[in-house]
Design a protein around this ligand. Sequence first.
Ligand SMILES: [Zn+2]
Length: 300
Amino acid sequence: MVTDSSKTTMDSWKDKERYVRILHDAEAGEYGVLAVIAYNIEQIVGFVRAAEQSRSPLIIQFFPWAIDATDGLLVRTAADAASRATVPIAIHLDHAQSEEIIKHAADNLPFDSIMIDMSHHEKEVNLQKTRELVEYCNRRQIATEAEPGRIEGGEDGVMDTAGLEACMTTPEEVDEFVGTGVDALAPAFGNIHGEYGPRGPQLDFQRLKMIHRKARGRVSLALHGTNGFSPETLKKCVEAGVSKVNVNKLVLEDYYEHFNSNAGKMPHTQLIEVGIQNVADLTSYWMEICGSTGKAGGYF
Ligand SMILES: [Zn+2]
């Protein structure tokens, strides 16, 4: 692995930073770590249970929606659960698209990392704003992720970029974004947010591998847009160099199915308990697919 020693010295807090360390270890060990989106406490409990049972590292992430809807309480709850877990769990803010939400999150909430998503801007503005906000977060010892290129689509309060031109990430953009100081990049290589059409995902694996060659040892790669992925497709992405695997429906669909089928038909406490176990079971299944099962040992 190529390392930049001057950067390491300057940013020595990053050696112990959870998000960075979880992703570095994943890249070195050639496995993927799930980054799961949580919408409520049951899901947080289920995710943590999966990580404990599978002895797997984990990233729990939130859309900015969760900050607004719960006045940050959901984020604090997840951070509390992570601090008491016996496996490494990082708390991440996904797709923070305004300076205001990024500064609020960095100043007031227990995030280990924040995705500075300026991809709705043209590239020069994206780079400039990313650079400034990375510095803001890093001064508070918070790691960062950014999106070079543009992943099309939108989900759950995240701006829909379908009207904007989707741009695949180029190797040159990897260099440009590494220059902003981010710790992870979310490349666009045919992946989209939301639902894939009847043809399913059409991914450019050659591009992903090329991006990984450029990124290796400098920034980690984050995979976005995995709704409907098969285990084989996800494995191929991990083999091509992805370390952070964002999942939404893949780990939550059994939970929703259970609630849709059983709400009002069983005692509420049982409804919740079975729902939590559904989240835990499906999350453990995908941890196995990503290769992170049993990788939690040895730190934290
Ligand atoms: Zn995303």
